[in-house]
Write a protein that binds this ligand. Structure first.
Ligand SMILES: [Zn+2]
Length: 707
């Protein structure tokens, strides 16, 4: 079954319409019909294409709506309803095999209330009162591909994908390449002749990155994500390909076990958790610190919430937790519906991905004039936060991803909290989309934009551009620059609008009586601001240099320059040669500084600021620190080898010098200290052979110098 582009658009719109319906405005027959159609479509996107276009949460909402209609109007249940069928990923490339026990999917829960309901349901089903303890086993819900493994007489005889839950595709040769799956396991020691295990095949996040790096180096196309790479790897026709993908498998369930006399195997303890321990002891990979036996539902909630917070720190992709009644007897008594076991439920983490529509693009002007396109999207919930605008970075990002106005876009919040656009969904275009026209002129001052070779951003070259002036003022007062306490963006925007602050000098001639009268201020905040600005006037000049927003002049270059000049205006007499005699000051930043100081209006501004009391002279704190006699490496020679993780080689050498050390370039009897990074190589061997060299790790070095 496939869908045309037109059908896909219609079904996507229909899904959104149904999801946004506040009350049921459609006849139940019609709604049930539509729901079946859209659910089937989204299952196809998810299972067959491995490329869903709505979030799991949205899918579940659709599924629940259909279930509730069918509960309310049983006459509407049709035999082909998705609620009565388990999704299928059979693609007929591999021969189908029947599972020894059907692989059911799990119902979902999203919050503490859902879990409490689940606990209540188990109690009602088993006629247990609130005081009766129910122990739960909680495990990670891996985001990979499900597999079923059959062992007979201790030998792996068959492996299959989940398929439709009843039948899967046989993939034994591929599975045999997975190092984490034992080809033999001593089940016989427990009296088990034949057994079926359930597990999840997946790829560690860092291995996934390495695989893509290697593919990039070989000029191959990149894999989209760890999940697809793992599921694709299971279904490839070439077991070597499977083997090359570093796929691992975790086992989380024993679904079938028979003893040598053909009877059903019974574990000596009535506990799913203990069975997983047994499987782990037999040499299978099972989750350890992420698996817990919880004494009650409150502990379950705490454990689930804990992992929701910690999910990014876990080396594998997980999209939730699985909560199972631990007692096998109670599991059996609770039974199953046609598609879910009643004794287990998935706790789904908040969605990290969502689809929405790109409505508009706005262009922001930065302090050096860089133009950043920002997408305005229809507000959408993402990992618990409403997202309505997302950076599009630059023009190349837009063209590279073929993002258009009106496009449906897939957005994601990954490890960091900033959302980004993963891709546009061109399949869903209706022809009304239009290309994003990057402006030729500045949206604020209408100056023609320029783009220098090698730079990703278009820039407004007008130094007096209103937007840039304001951004530069915000930068000037910021923490890393002049550090004017309590003087934030909001104040500046207000003062700028009032015309009180039009340039940097104006900051130092504010009228505090006037400010005290301003709505929302009062005498106290005016006094505080006055004190903070008075303090900032005494800053070392490295702060002032950094606060000027000269392109490429970062904190490090500002610090270096501050040690070389007596007065800030000395720089107006410097030429390129003078700059390039200083280590670590490159020609690009030098050109920018020269340009800045050759502009008479900038000089004028600095003179005004000095008249207003802003310090322009080198201070004690601008000068390089004198090495103390008790510095950790006084009179020691030092050498760095291997790749350092937290700093560059030059930075390390500078720190060593500050701590009194002398950098030398070879291992000899003259060397006192060798600091080793990763893959140190021959220098370490040589130093060890000498026996007189003190060897430090990078971390030990940092500790010695007090970092
Ligand atoms: Zn401009």
């Amino acid at each position: 079954m496939t869908y045309s582009d037109i059908e896909q658009r219609r079904l996507f719109e229909l899904s959104k319409e149904i999801l946004n319906m506040s009350s049921e405005t459609m006849a139940p027959e019609e709604l049930a019909f539509d729901l079946r159609e859209v659910i089937q479509y989204h299952e196809w996107r998810y299972y067959i294409l491995n490329d869903p276009i709505i979030s799991d949460y949205e899918y579940d909402q659709l599924f629940k709506k259909l279930e509730s209609i069918e509960n309310q109007y049983p006459s509407l249940i049709s035999p082909d309803s998705p609620t009565h069928r388990i999704s299928s990923d059979l693609t007929n490339q591999f021969s189908p095999v029947a599972h020894l026990a059907p692989m059911l999917s799990l119902g979902n829960s999203y919050n503490a209330d859902d879990l409490i309901d689940f606990d209540g349901q188990i109690r009602r089903l088993n006629k247990m009162d609130d005081a009766s303890p129910i122990v739960y086993a909680v495990e990670p819900k891996f985001d990979g591909g499900s597999i079923a493994l059959v062992y007979e007489d201790d030998v792996l005889i068959r492996a299959a994908t989940r398929g439709n839950g009843v039948q899967g595709d046989e993939i034994t040769p591929n599975i045999k390449t997975l190092q984490t799956i034992p080809l033999r396991a001593k089940f016989s020691k427990y009296g088990i002749k034949k057994v079926e295990l359930r597990g999840e095949a997946l790829i560690r996040k860092d291995f996934f990155s390495k695989i893509n790096e290697q593919r990039l180096a070989k000029g191959l196309s990149l894999f989209a994500n760890p999940r697809n790479t793992a599921t694709g790897g299971l279904r490839t026709k070439d077991p070597q390909d499977t083997a090359s993908r570093s796929i691992e498998a975790f086992i989380y369930h024993l679904s079938y076990a028979e003893t040598f006399d053909g009877s059903r195997y019974r574990h000596n303890k009535d506990s799913h958790f203990d069975i997983i321990d047994m499987i782990g002891a037999l040499g299978f990979k099972v989750p350890n610190e992420q698996r817990k036996r919880c004494e009650n539902i409150q502990q379950v909630i705490e454990f689930c919430n804990y992992w929701q917070e910690q999910r990014e720190s876990y080396p594998y992709e997980i999209d939730g937790m699985v909560v199972k009644v631990d007692s096998l007897e109670l599991q059996e008594k609770s039974g199953s519906t046609s598609h879910h076991p009643r004794w287990a439920i998935a706790f789904k983490f908040k969605a990290k991905q969502a689809t929405t529509t790109l409505i508009d693009v706005e262009y922001q002007v930065g302090k050096i004039g860089s133009i950043t396109p920002v997408a305005k999207v229809e507000p959408v919930q993402l990992a618990g936060v409403t997202v309505s605008s997302i950076s599009l970075h630059n023009q190349d990002f837009i063209t590279g991803k073929d993002i258009r106005l009106g496009d449906k876009v897939l957005i994601e919040r990954a490890g960091d909290v900033i959302p980004y656009i993963v891709k546009s969904l061109p399949d869903l275009r209706n022809g009304g989309e239009s290309e994003i026209q990057f402006p030729a002129t500045c949206p604020v001052c209408a100056t023609l934009l320029i783009r220098k070779g090698g730079e990703a951003a278009w820039r407004c070259p007008n130094y007096q551009c209103d937007a840039q002036v304001l951004q530069r003022l915000i930068h000037h007062v910021s923490k890393d620059a002049m550090n004017i306490d309590g003087f934030g963006k909001a104040y500046l925007e207000r003062f700028y609008e009032l015309g009180w602050v039009k340039n940097m000098a104006d900051i130092y001639r504010l009228n505090y009586d006037q400010i005290a009268q301003l709505e929302g201020f009062g005498q106290k905040s005016a006094d505080n601001l006055e004190a903070a600005i008075a303090k900032a006037k005494q800053n070392p000049i490295r702060r002032l240099l950094y606060s000027l927003s000269i392109h490429h002049l970062g904190k490090r270059v500002a610090t270096i320059l501050a040690t070389e000049i007596e007065h800030v205006l000395d720089l107006k007499d410097w030429d390129l040669d003078r700059f390039t005699t200083i280590k670590d000051v490159g020609p690009v930043v030098a050109e920018n500084i020269i340009e800045y100081f050759s502009d008479q209006s900038n000089i004028q501004l600095l003179v005004e600021m000095e008249d207003l009391g802003v310090n322009m002279h080198q201070l004690e704190s601008d000068r390089p620190k004198v090495i103390q006699a008790d510095a950790p490496f006084v009179n020691k020679s030092i050498l760095f080898t291997g790749s350092l993780q937290t700093m560059g080689r030059k930075e390390a050498q500078r720190l060593a010098e500050e701590a009194g050390a002398r950098n030398i370039s070879a291992v000899s009897s003259k060397l006192d200290v060798l600091v080793v990074g990763e893959n140190p190589g021959s220098k370490l061997k040589k130093a060890e052979a000498l026996g007189t060299v003190k060897v430090l790790t990078e971390q030990e070095f940092l500790t010695e110098i007090g970092k």
